[in-house]
Unconditional design. Structure first.
Length: 192
């Protein structure tokens, strides 16, 4: 999941050098799905690293910089952003609130507010923590048909197990698959 957006210095930690692997991989329907997803959000919850990447790009771009991605740009710049961080002190991106104390309670409070979706994009460490703490209602995975061979993984080699119920699935003309899941507790294992 690391460095999917650009071949620049987007995310070079741990020697990662294969950035930009997702660009141009989806067809028009997949791009529309992504734009609609951002448009549907009432707020965004981000980990610190993703927040800094997004603030440095989406937070400074104009419609002229990303003309085909105006719905994403508009959503990210007009809707509230919450950052899970104990180190970010003074966020520069307007509309940002740092959640540093009792993260589980803060997120539960946000989820309890009336309205629509609190979305997480990227933020692998945060996503894993949310899953471990039963704070995910729905998980959308967009799988690009590329094997990177390096970089950060969404799901680590070892961690908690979780059953998922498939809600929606599609594959686009370029082989990009989108699966929408709802967490369904612990998986059932065969007994001997």
């Amino acid at each position: 999941m690391q460095g999917n957006g650009g071949a620049s210095d987007e995310d070079r930690r741990n020697g990662f050098e294969r950035g930009g692997w997702a660009l141009g991989k989806g067809d028009d329907e997949t791009m529309t799905f992504i734009k609609q997803t951002y448009h549907r959000a009432d707020a965004f919850l981000l980990g610190r690293r993703t927040y800094e990447l997004f603030a440095g790009s989406w937070g400074s771009w104009t419609v002229q910089d990303v003309p085909d991605w105006e719905p994403v740009l508009r959503a990210l710049n007009t809707r509230p952003k919450y950052v899970a961080s104990t180190t970010l002190a003074d966020p520069a991106w307007p509309g940002t609130t740092v959640l540093s104390d009792d993260l589980a309670r803060a997120i539960a409070d946000l989820k309890a507010k009336p309205g629509g979706e609190l979305q997480v994009h990227g933020s692998g460490t945060l996503t894993r923590w949310l899953l471990e703490n039963d704070l995910v209602d729905e998980l959308t995975l967009i799988v690009i048909p590329v094997i990177l061979g390096q970089g950060a993984r969404l799901f680590p080699d070892a961690g908690p197990d979780l059953a998922l119920d498939l809600v929606e699935s599609r594959v686009d003309a370029k082989g990009v698959s989108i699966q929408v899941y709802r967490p369904a507790g612990r998986p059932q294992y065969a007994t001997t």
